[in-house]
Design a protein. Structure first.
Length: 202
């Protein structure tokens, strides 16, 4: 049986947009979701004053500065779906970017999350009142102009630094579990992201 979670009307933000990056090399695609995450985080701060961090690769989270990992709460997330050309090398024709944000549905009314998942939080929890979803969407759309070019080689170093500055678990020791069943677990300190947007663990 398939269960679907449904958000009440006018409670949250679920939006999609199409970006046309102009034939960028598909090997650089991993950068785009990170740039979008930064742009949306900055838009939320501009619209509501809530400080937003990122959990690699594209979760939007809230955490107390210097606080424990267990205090992290998920505010939203980014999904990037590319359409790749058949050329050699492959190029990105266009990208569908989906953005979901917990806005005006209090987290106490949300469905329980799976064990081990980051628990949710909503802007209404953090601000203390309902926020203007319309105003926030306008801020997000305005921020996409820069994010759509942030993954290009000339702009990426700046966006990479902006992303790393928001990584809430940077400097934290983590263990990566191999869910393939081999039982191979590797640990290390999250140091940042690499040139193509991959997570760096040392």
């Amino acid at each position: 049986m398939l269960f679907r979670s449904q958000t009440p009307a006018r409670a949250s933000i679920a939006m999609s947009m199409v970006l046309r990056p102009g034939g960028v090399d598909s090997t650089q695609l991993g950068r785009l979701g990170l740039c979008v995450a930064v742009a949306v985080a900055e838009a939320i701060e501009t619209s509501t004053g809530v400080m937003v961090g990122v959990k690699w690769p594209n979760d939007l989270v809230v955490a107390a500065p210097g606080g424990p990992v267990s205090g992290t709460r998920k505010l939203g997330g980014i999904l990037v779906e590319p359409v790749i050309t058949a050329s050699v090398p492959a190029r990105v024709n266009h990208v569908v970017v989906g953005i979901g944000l917990n806005a005006n549905l209090p987290s106490a009314l949300m469905a329980p999350v799976d064990a081990g998942a980051v628990p949710p939080v909503a802007l209404i929890d953090l601000v203390g009142k309902a926020v203007s979803r319309e105003h926030l969407i306008v801020e997000v759309l305005a921020a996409m102009d820069d994010a759509a070019h942030g993954w290009f080689p000339d702009a990426w170093p700046t966006w990479r630094a902006r992303y790393e500055g928001r990584m809430v678990w940077r400097g934290v020791h983590v263990v990566a579990d191999d869910h393939g069943g081999s039982g191979d677990c590797r640990g290390g300190i999250i140091a940042g992201i690499d040139a193509v947007g991959g997570l760096v663990v040392v």
